[in-house]
Structures are given as structure tokens and as C-alpha cells.
Design a binder for this molecule. Sequence first.
Ligand SMILES: NC(=O)c1ccc[n+]([C@@H]2O[C@H](COP(=O)([O-])OP(=O)(O)OC[C@H]3O[C@@H](n4cnc5c(N)ncnc54)[C@H](OP(=O)(O)O)[C@@H]3O)[C@@H](O)[C@H]2O)c1
Length: 361
Amino acid sequence: MITSREIRLKSRLVGMPSADNFELATVSVPHPAPGEVQVRNLWMTVDPYMRGRMADRSSYAPSSRSGKEVPGGAIGGIAASNSTMYGWRPNFQVGESLQGGAIGEVAASDDPRFKVGDLVSSWFGWRERFNAPGDSLQKLDTSGLPPQAFLGVAGMPGLTAWVGLLKIAMPRPGDVVFISAASGAVGSVACQIAKLKGHTVIGSAGGAAKCAFVRQIGADHVIDYKVAGDLTGALLQVAPKGIDVYFENVGGEHLEAALAAANPFARFAICGMISQYNTVGLPSGPRNIMFVMGKSLRLEGFDIANYLDLMPEFQREMTGWIREGKVAWKETIDHGIENAPAAFLKLFKGENFGKMLVKLG
Ligand SMILES: NC(=O)c1ccc[n+]([C@@H]2O[C@H](COP(=O)([O-])OP(=O)(O)OC[C@H]3O[C@@H](n4cnc5c(N)ncnc54)[C@H](OP(=O)(O)O)[C@@H]3O)[C@@H](O)[C@H]2O)c1
């Protein structure tokens, strides 16, 4: 019998997560039943949003208009019918295996649409191997890109940057665009798209190496928020005429600085607020929120689950940019399913540089 190791939630997260919140388990994986495919995972992603699903409170994505249902079926013995693809995200259950994006290779198939060796993307990360109905898998055409790019620059994080910038913030010619967590999976793509569209870009990141990368991918100004001290002052120094767009990934002090530096009618794409995710109790709100009214600002949050229908259009554009050498990206790769929890924890300590991935198999 073939076995697979998987990561389960051992206890709900309160405050900063730790390795003790996770456990490694081994399950047997039988031959796939009729209509099922057995997949050996090659890559899995860890993403900040997963933290919300590990806590008691609901994820920052409580509902979705168009979240794509993962068809039902038993995956590693756990019914998947209640799960969704980036959509409505119920909390992970203690004692059950976690879920998330993954790229794998078909190891056995009882579905004529899939043959051994096919590359597939799925929602069944955090495990080495699984059986799933063919309908819950997507064949992956990598268009010559490394497969793991479809968990980052050409996948959900890239789409998030593209949607947040172009569909939510909708920059106008001449706009000054400020992007936080600018060296990360989402932020680095947002920076490059904003530059491709001809905007002045200001990126913030933590540390000299990350700031050098943000500059290398085209940002006109970079703020190392860890040494900036007064972030509002630092932002106004590089944007003396103010900012017109803010791509929000961090929250807290960053949001206050963006509100202070915003020009009238500036647009904020509220993508994430990672500085607040581990707060116990109520997250801190921006003390200068009244600028929203005084400056006629538009702050719009978005959940990428509601924009998955744009993935093909995004991927066509992004793979074109990558082929033309117009978009670059960084990855931090940890190895082995047993190290997936540690990889996840890195996101909240800034220990990832670019897309955080775990290589399996
Ligand atoms: N709305 C959506 O549908 C959607 C979809 C995907 C992602 N997101 C959000 O987008 C943001 C970025 O996600 P990602 O996957 O691209 O992660 P990422 O930026 O690749 O990694 C997280 C980064 O956040 C920064 N960070 C962590 N704690 C921080 C703190 N306390 N203060 C300031 N910065 C901190 C760190 O960078 P530094 O070293 O530079 O501090 C860290 O490397 C997150 O807020 C995430 O929740 C939203």
C-alpha cells in the first residue's frame, strides 16, 4: 500500500502561529476508485490567507459570489464537498489535513481524461499524495514556465496583483502608486505591472536585500519600513506631491501613512493587512481614517475568489510579459512536507523572499 504524509491542524491559532499548531500524519492511499485520479504532489504553496482559516474567527474571505466549488469526494478519507477553490473558506478543522494550492503529477488514473505523468493543479496541498475525482483537478499547460510559477507569479498571487491594481485601483495616467510588502509574491507583481503601465512606483519592504530587489524590478523609490522610523514622513519624502493609488498588503502603520499621503480622489486596493493577522483581540484601525471623507478617497477591499473567471485573461497577459522578459520574480523554496508548517510561519516573520513554496517529491 502506498502511503502519504500530510500536515494536519493540531490546535487553533491564537496570536503568532507556531510549529506546535501543526502535526504530521501518515495515511494510506489506495488505488484510485473509478473516476478518480491519484496525484503525487510536486509543489505546494503556503499563503497568508490560510492563517484566517486556522483560527477561530472566520477567514478574511467569509463569502464569495463566484467561489468555485471543488466537486465532492473523499480525499485522504476527508469529504471535500464543503471546500471551495479560493472561495467561501470554512475554517480548517482541528485534526484534519490542511488544504491549499498544489501542483502535482498524475501517478495513477481511473479517469480517461488524465494519464500518468500529466501535470495537474489542485486544491489538495499540504500532502504528498492523494486520490481525487478528475473534476477537481485541472491539467496544467505550463507554456514553458516552471510549474511552480502557477502557484505564484502566474497563479493566484499574480492574479491578485493584476486584479487589485488594474480592476480595483484602476490607476490613471501619471498616477503615483504606493505598494506595501513590495518584494512579496503579490507586491512584486503589482510593482512590475504598475511600471509596465507607466506609473511612478513606490514600494515598501523590510530589509536592504528586499529593498534592492524592489528597486531592481523597477520601483522608482523604495522605503525600508524597518528602518524608516516615521513611515508617513518617509513616504512624503519620496512622494512630495502625494500618492494616487495605494496597493495595501500590510495594514497598520502602512495604511495610516498611505491615508496621510493620499491625494484627493486617491484609490486604495485593500488586498491584505498581514501586520494585523496575528493580533489577539481587535486589529488596530487607522487613526486618521477620517481622511477618507476629507479627501474623497475610495477604499475597496477585494477577495480574489470573486475574480477567478479572469484567470485565463490574466495568464495570457502574464505569460506574454514573462516571455518578453518584462516580469521577474523570486521564490523561497523549502523542501519536504515535514517543513511545510515552518515555511508557512516564515510569511509572518518576513523570512520569505518572494513566493514561499514547498517542494515535495
Ligand atoms: N485579497 C485577496 O484575495 C488576497 C489574495 C492573496 C494575498 N492577499 C494578501 O496579500 C498580502 C501579500 O500576500 P503574499 O502571498 O504576497 O505574501 P508575501 O508578501 O510574499 O509574504 C508576506 C510578507 O509580508 C510582510 N510582513 C509580514 N508581517 C509583516 C508585518 N507585521 N508588517 C509589515 N510587513 C509584514 C513580509 O515582508 P517584509 O519582510 O517586507 O516585511 C512577508 O515577507 C497579504 O496581506 C495577503 O493576505 C490577499
